[in-house]
Every structure is written in structure tokens, then in C-alpha cells.
Design a protein around this ligand. Structure first.
Ligand code: PLP
Length: 380
């Protein structure tokens, strides 16, 4: 036990900041001195930089990823009673905004290997009321977007990508074209929550689209339904990315590819270390997507996952369960349509997943300690 001098964390934002402190501090102070806290030049600069990075025509910044999803659904004109299909294995925000808008969340199971939405199950869940599909690019890799887009086209459905965990991931379509996660569907949504792959120092989010008319609507809805001040054409919300966060994001965007490379290196190290341990199933990489490892999530195939998590904690190693309860078994989303056993893959995943520390500042010594400790826990 040599490592514990520095506390092991799921995400180490302090060490990350230390390396870019001068750039970040200057960016923050520039905004403070300009006093352009809301909709200042820093927001427009970041917006343009992100458009360029993603290869999309329009980025519409907003207050957080949950708002991005909500505004996307409002912008597409979804109406109460419309059905929106999403994955049962996801963070709650996805289903939450569907329900909040009076739309009907329709849940489907995921693939056991990549944890993304099962396309056959998705097509079976389509009814005449279905209006949109929300694939979630979970843990850092894209859902099967070629197949999903074909289903959406056949049935005339919108695609809203929840790319909150996958910024920077490339989808590689069957014809070899590479597109950034979130830039494929009608709208892509992301979050700049601090621990996300591109995180700010507070809350933030954005929508992306290549549809200029839709972009104008999204922008208007995010701004109280006005495109001309005090002329409210539609009911909107107040959802802004503030200038300080945008300035921080510009700095961090310039490091994003390097950060992704660091995450991949850490994931490769874990993969190699765990490949000979039969009790562990390492994350399966999609053939059609690069992986940006928002999370490094393995399955504990033998042994008591919850006990192993506690034993790791006792050794100073945090691990997290993303996610412990499927959406269809959450109290708030209970629905007579669904019962236990309906989504066997999600239910299995919820009982076996364990996410290990994954961030841009992991070193091999720390990872070695994590690997050895997990091995010990498994043999207890
Ligand atoms: C983080 C996250 C969100 C919500 O983002 P916030 O900025 O926290 O509102 C939505 N969907 C997924 C999959 C997420 O991981």
C-alpha cells in the first residue's frame, strides 16, 4: 500500500485544474473584468468553437443537460400524449423530461454488451403515437445509429441523441463516415456537469443541430420564447449557459482530445489487467463507435457486487453503481405497463455493474493498486 498518499477519487478535477490553472484563472478573470456575465462574448466564442469541433451547423448553449433534452422535445413540437422511446438503462433525466412535458415515456431494453438501446426491441415498441426516439450514448460510446436512423426514417420519427456522456466520441457509419456523437440525429443534447468529459465548474449544457429552422426555435425556447426582446412568440424557459462557464469550457475544449486519450489509455490498462480474470467482464467496445470512457464500467460476473464495492471502499477505492435501479422499477416511473422481469438485460446489468475510478489524471501506480485490490476482493 504505497498509493494512498493521494486520495483515490472517481474523478479528479483538482489535479486536472492544477495543470491548466493559469489558463482557467485568466479566462474567469477576463469575464469578471468585462462584467458580461450573461450572453457575453465568451458564450458566443465557445458556441462557435464547439460547432467547429463537432462539425455541426448550430450549437445552442443552455443551463444543463436536462434542460437541453427538455428544450429539444419542445422545439420538435412534441405534444402531450405523444410517445417517446428511450432506453430503460439510463440516467433518470432522459425519462424525467419526457414525463414532465406530459409525453409518454416508452422504455425498451438495451444490449448486454454495449449497454445501448436494443434496436429490435425499439422497433417493436413503436405505435401510431410514437413521435421520437432518444438513444443514450451510455458511458461514452454511441448507440447503433445506422440501424436506429433506418428505423426512425421508416416510421417518420425524430431522433434526439442524449450525448451527455459521449462528447468527442465518433460514430463510424457503415459507409465509413465518421460523425461526432450528438451530430447524427435531429438534435443532440449534452451536459457540461463538472464530472462529464467536457465539464465546466458548475452547471451547463448544449443542444446541437444541422437544422437551421430548428436551431432558431431551440434558441427562442431557451430564451423565454422570444427572438426579439419582449416579443414572446411561444412559451419558453429560462435556460442559459453563463459566460464564466463558457470561458472555462473554451479552455477545456482545447484539451478535450488529450483528455479523451488519457481516458482511453487508462481504460486500456484496466482492460489488459482484467482480461485474465474470469469473474470480471470488461467493457465491450462497439464496432461502430469510438469510446470516450465517461465511465469504465465492468460486470462482476461472480461474487457479490455490493460487497465488493464495500471492500474496495475499505481499501480507499471509490467505485460507483451506474445504475442500481432500472427506470421501469423506479418509484416515480412505475407504470402498470411494466413489471419486474420485463427488461431482463437492464435488470441483470443493474445487479452486476461496477464503475471504477476513471478520469484524466489516473496514473499506472494508482491503477495497479486498484486492479490488485479488486483481485483481492474477488478472491475473498
Ligand atoms: C448527466 C446526464 C444528463 C443530465 O445532465 P445535467 O447537466 O446534469 O442536467 C442527462 N443524460 C445523461 C445520460 C447524463 O449522463
Amino acid at each position: 500500500m504505497t498509493v494512498t498518499a493521494k486520495k483515490i477519487q472517481m474523478v479528479d478535477l483538482t489535479s486536472q485544474y492544477a495543470k491548466i490553472q493559469q489558463e482557467i484563472d485568466k479566462a474567469i478573470l477576463d469575464v469578471v473584468h468585462s462584467a458580461a456575465f450573461i450572453n457575453g462574448p465568451a458564450v458566443k466564442n465557445f458556441q462557435a468553437e464547439l460547432e467547429k469541433y463537432l462539425g455541426v451547423k448550430h450549437v445552442i448553449p443552455c443551463a444543463n443537460g436536462t434542460d437541453a433534452l427538455q428544450i429539444a422535445m419542445m422545439g420538435l413540437g412534441l405534444k402531450p400524449g405523444d410517445e417517446v422511446i428511450t432506453a430503460d438503462f439510463t440516467y433518470v433525466a432522459t425519462a424525467e423530461v419526457i414525463a414532465l412535458l406530459g409525453l409518454k415515456p416508452v422504455l425498451v431494453d438495451v444490449y448486454p454488451d454495449t449497454f445501448t438501446i436494443n434496436i429490435e426491441a425499439l422497433e417493436k415498441a413503436i405505435t401510431p403515437k410514437t413521435k421520437a426516439i432518444v438513444p443514450v450514448h451510455l458511458f461514452g460510446q454511441c448507440a447503433e445509429m445506422d440501424e436506429l436512423a433506418a428505423v426512425a426514417k421508416k416510421h417518420g420519427l425524430f431522433i434526439i441523441e442524449d450525448a451527455a456522456q459521449a462528447i468527442g466520441a465518433d460514430y463510424i457509419s457503415a459507409n465509413g463516415i465518421r460523425i461526432k456523437a450528438g451530430a447524427i440525429g435531429n438534435v443532440g443534447c449534452t451536459s457540461f456537469f463538472p464530472s462529464k468529459n467536457l465539464g465546466c465548474y458548475g452547471d451547463g449544457g448544449a443542444m446541437y443541430t444541422n437544422d437551421s429552422e430548428l436551431a432558431a426555435r431551440l434558441k427562442m425556447i431557451a430564451n423565454h420564447g422570444q427572438s426579439v426582446q419582449y416579443h414572446h412568440d411561444t412559451i419558453g424557459v429560462n435556460s442559459r449557459l453563463d459566460s464564466i462557464q463558457a470561458a472555462i469550457l473554451s479552455v477545456k475544449l482545447s484539451h478535450l482530445d488529450k483528455y479523451t486519450a488519457a481516458r482511453r489509455k487508462a481504460a486500456d490498462f484496466y482492460d489488459k489487467s482484467f482480461s485474465a480474470m474470469p469473474a470480471i467482464k470488461i467493457p465491450v467496445r462497439s464496432k461502430r463507435s469510438t469510446h470516450v470512457f465517461h465511465q469504465y464500467t465492468l460486470l462482476i460476473e461472480q461474487g457479490d457486487r455490493n460487497k465488493i464495492k464495500e471492500q474496495l471502499a475499505a481499501k480507499g477505492i471509490p467505485a460507483m453503481i451506474y445504475y442500481p435501479i432500472p427506470l421501469h422499477l423506479q418509484k416515480a416511473y412505475r407504470d402498470p405497463r411494466y413489471r419486474e422481469g420485463d427488461f431482463p438485460v437492464t435488470e441483470m446489468l443493474c445487479s452486476k455493474v461496477l464503475s471504477l475510478p476513471m478520469h484524466t489524471e489516473l496514473d499506472e501506480e494508482t491503477q495497479n493498486y486498484i486492479v490488485r485490490s479488486l483481485e483481492e476482493c474477488l478472491s475473498l
